[in-house]
Ligand binder design. Structure first.
Ligand SMILES: Nc1ncnc2c1ncn2[C@@H]1O[C@H](COP(=O)(O)OP(=O)(O)OP(=O)(O)O)[C@@H](O)[C@H]1O
Length: 343
């Protein structure tokens, strides 16, 4: 479906000395420098997979996606999507993919949303019956009814994003690239959008490649993650596997009655568990520990011996903290080989 081999991208930039003099000089004597944004990336994504492509700002996510959509030509390496080389077959490739780029629109600014959909119907040559069914389904799932008659420029960010999502999936593409689809949206819209993406993946088997800084998007939509760091892949694997592999920290939240004196960690847990800071007035105490060293049952029984526990919840390791840990190890450990070997 999507195959990427040793994919690389270098941007060529004009080198400029600072100030006006530098600007004038660069007009006559152009000097260039190169920026390696993607430094040899390999992955294969099968039909129907939901993959989160994550990494820090400037890691190379958008550059990779632009090469997959055919907007950019790689400097080296190979890429095929649905058997096509995207930058060589841009139009044909465009027919079988959908895309949402957070800040940009594929809708027509001055005309009502319904008319934008009609134009896309003609561009993608969607049969009448299929188009009617799809629009009716999207209208319901994304609650588009009140928006269909409104020109795109009058929509709020959340309203526009719901319409963008509909436009990206309208021609039932095999692959959809979503670059920051929930950025700046309130929680209700985020929830609706995540539900929609998951549903489309389920109904049509759409392959989804998602970039986001919102780890909740990843948790709810993706089965697999690829973490990119400074243009190279740091991790590629299942979301559950990375939690097992890296998520050694476990947190248990204990509900305690009002205490007469400050909470003290039971002696057997000293050096084994850490008390997480609580919000003011909170009667909950949260303990974090390495579950490979200390068993949850041991932490719970020691707490119950010392305190009158009303209730407790064991929290799953969060993907946020795992990604942070990977980056920390990378900063401390130096090479990728070491980080992965230590994992
Ligand atoms: N058109 C361009 N010309 C020159 N350099 C660029 C260009 N686009 C991106 N870069 C550089 O390439 C690197 C990777 O950028 P890219 O946009 O792919 O990162 P990203 O992972 O998508 O980041 P973000 O999360 O901030 O969107 C960055 O150092 C960026 O400055």
């Amino acid at each position: 479906m999507i195959t990427v081999e040793n994919l690389q991208k270098e941007y060529k930039l004009v080198k400029r000395d600072p100030g006006l003099k530098g600007a004038v000089k660069s007009l006559f004597h152009r000097q260039y420098e190169t920026k390696k944004a993607v430094k040899g990336v390999d992955f294969t994504i099968g039909q129907g997979e939901t993959v989160g492509y994550i990494g820090a700002n400037g890691a190379g996510k958008s550059t990779t996606i632009k090469m997959l959509t055919g907007i950019l030509t790689p400097s080296a390496g190979k890429v095929t999507v649905n058997g096509l080389v995207p930058y060589e077959n841009r139009q044909e490739n465009a027919l079988s993919i959908g895309a949402v780029f957070g800040q940009r629109t594929q809708l027509f600014w001055d005309i009502p949303v319904r008319e934008s959909f009609n134009l896309l119907k003609h561009i993608y040559e969607i049969p009448d019956q299929e188009f009617a069914e799809t629009v009716s389904m999207f209208t319901e799932v994304l609650n588009l009814e009140p928006l269909l008659g409104v020109p795109v420029r009058q929509l709020s960010l959340g309203q526009k994003m719901r319409c963008e999502l509909a436009a990206a999936f309208l021609h039932r593409p095999k692959v959809v690239y979503l670059d920051e689809p929930t950025i700046g949206l309130d929680i209700a819209v985020k929830v609706r959008i995540r539900k929609f993406i998951k549903e489309m993946n389920k109904i049509w088997g759409t392959t989804v490649l998602l970039t986001t800084h919102d780890m909740q998007d990843i948790e709810e939509i993706c089965d697999r993650i690829i973490i990119i760091d400074e243009g190279r892949i740091l991790y590629d694997g299942g979301l559950e596997e990375i939690k097992v592999q890296f998520g050694q920290k476990r947190v248990i939240h204990f509900d305690l009655p009002e205490l007469d004196s400050p909470f003290i960690l039971p002696a057997p847990l000293l050096g084994m568990a850490e008390v997480l800071p609580a919000s003011e007035g909170e009667t909950k105490v949260s303990l974090s520990f390495d579950h490979e060293r200390v068993k949850s049952s041991f932490v719970i029984s020691e707490m119950m011996n010392r305190y009158d526990i009303q209730d407790l919840t064991i929290a799953d390791p969060k993907i946020e903290s795992i990604v942070e840990e990977l980056y920390n190890r990378r900063e401390q450990g130096g090479t990728y080989e070491q980080v992965l070997a230590n994992s």
